[in-house]
Design a protein around this ligand. Sequence first.
Ligand code: GLC
Length: 740
Amino acid sequence: MKRVYFLLVFSAIGMNTYAQKTIDQKVTELLSKMTLEEKVGQMVQYSGFEYATGPQQSNSAAVLEEIKKGKVGSMLNVAGSGETKAFQKLAMQSRLKIPLLFGQDVIHGYRTTFPVNLGQAASWDLDMIEKSERIAATEASAYGIHWTFAPMVDIARDPRWGRVMEGSGEDTYLGTKIGLARIKGFQGKGLGSLDAVMACAKHFAAYGAAVGGRDYNAVDMSLRQLHETYLPPFKAAAEAGVATFMNSFNDINGIPATAHQYIQRNLLKGSWNYKGFVVSDWGSIGEMIPHGYAKDGGEAAEKAILGGSDMDMESRVYMTELPKLVKEGTVDIKLVDDAAGRILTKKFEMGLFDDPYRFSNEKRQKEQTDNKKNREFGREFGSKSIVLLKNQQHILPLSKSVKTVALIGPFGKETVANHGFWSIAFKDDTQRIVSQFDGIRNQLDKNSTLLYAKGCNVDDQDRSMFAEAVETAKKADVVIMTLGEGHAMSGEAKSRSNIGFSGVQEDLLKEIAKTGKPVILMINAGRPLIFNWASDHIPAIMYTWWLGTEAGNSIADILFGTMNPSGKLPMSFPRTEGQIPVYYNHYNTGRPAKNNTDRNYVSAYIDLDNDPKYPFGYGLSYTDFQYSDMVLSSASLTGNETLNISVTVSNTGKYDGEEVIQLYIRDLFGKVVRPVKELKGFQKVFIKKGENKQVHFRLTPEDLKFFDDTLNFDWEGGEFDIMVGTSSQNVQTKRINWVK
Ligand code: GLC
């Protein structure tokens, strides 16, 4: 009996001692037991076999064998409590039973999908954005997913680049705030809680600045521009404790991001002191060979590990090359220990060593399979992401008792397309998704008639359906056109040289307009499109992005005034492709145009107006908001004082509504030229009709800092314009002087 007692006591002490060990100590202890191949194995990630999100390479049988040998650290595109459990069981057959991490692109929702991210950014609603990621994390973790490859925080000023759809647009301040809201939503109460997933700041870095908006293309810019515009969302993410980073396919000034020591080691793991790990973007390590930066897999692996890439997604060079490179002394084992250690640390933090199957839970998955509350949230979020661009004679909102409505266009009865790009479509989704037709039908009075005609396809020259569409329009009291770009025409590898309406959509619109019926145009897209004819001839236009599972209901809520539109554009909309890049926070140049049509020896095109078709921060409401009594706490400040700004916003229209009040500054003179405007604050405020609210902002010298030509980040005293308004082009301005 005594022996048993002592054994129990010793094992309890043993367990207690182990449990008391810090994660660092556990990682060090585990590493000391691992072979070189097992350490490198932790740095290997393969895609699952059901579908790929890149040029597929996985050979399933071989991968399963490698998992059993402890030569795989993570899988992506494996989800579901059953599937993840099956893969995890294979990992538990390995010598040290190190659990796998399961990653997935949960980009704008999982089972319940939400507006594509650029649409979400148009809501300017950080609470809604955070909540959407909280829901996404709850649903994804219930499906056994540990890690999402999001948020994408790439600033982008070129709408030809298809991946603008998964970002937050052109502005660094807005993009940073949204990125932080997403990370908070994903990681929730912290890694290890069952409804939290590891977030991943991507694509590090400057992927959105690809030359010509052509995906995967070169990026070439000054380090100053890199620090000023593209790095801040990543630095903020690192400081906020984002679990992982993903690097980008592009080179930066000639060095592929995957091997870029300056950004991944000097900055991220150096001055930013980042302790998470960096995963390559699909095969980007091996892609250094076609980049012409590595002559073979060995050189690619060497440059990637030296450059700070910890995990190799799908390129396979780490597993095949790193052990050799270490054994021959080319790569220091310390780099492998550091990389494997970072990855193991996350597995401990996620509680996977305590219970490798803790996220693979059939019951939790069932609860999250079609969560009604999540859908209700998605419906509201969709409505808040819609941007009202035009509403002549207040044609909108429509009455629900309109006798006959015609819905015309290729998207009216689409279902899965409403997911947009980067959503893991489930086989049952055709039933679960609310089409535009169904959403409108749901809200129209039962005595009203809803007609539908497709009118044309998205992207061909077939006009054979025009006649039927015109006849349908003639029978209606109002026509709702639904045009734009297909849901898979934005996203990865979807760069477009022409961002107008594809196919014969605009011709169809013109034919329908000729009927003389009142026309409302809904534009479905994942990016800014060019639609000048519609802008100039159609009385009501709303940008509906791709809104996810509840799309049809979100749209109908706006069409019939159940919800008042409150979205604002997160990107400038160009007049032509020739005007790209066009963005609000540009430099003034030595010859600024005096107005929209100034051509006289100024920085302008001789054949185009100077402003974008629709500016950053623009969006209408069904009601009217008036700005008045803009007051600054002082017109001259010194040193570390705070500038308080207040403005009164009055709802003088007929509807309650939300308004996004925007705060911009202009630093009039600097040791480097400064943008004509910089967003430095915004508040989304609900104001009942007939009421008003006083809105307050604060600025300190910290808000005035910028990178100069020596990369010094500081502020300078001098004159500043302080601007408050309803869009980047509609502001009230007061000038101050701030002495340093
Ligand atoms: C893709 C994308 C990246 C994604 C990854 C995994 O190529 O660039 O954003 O997370 O591969 O699907």
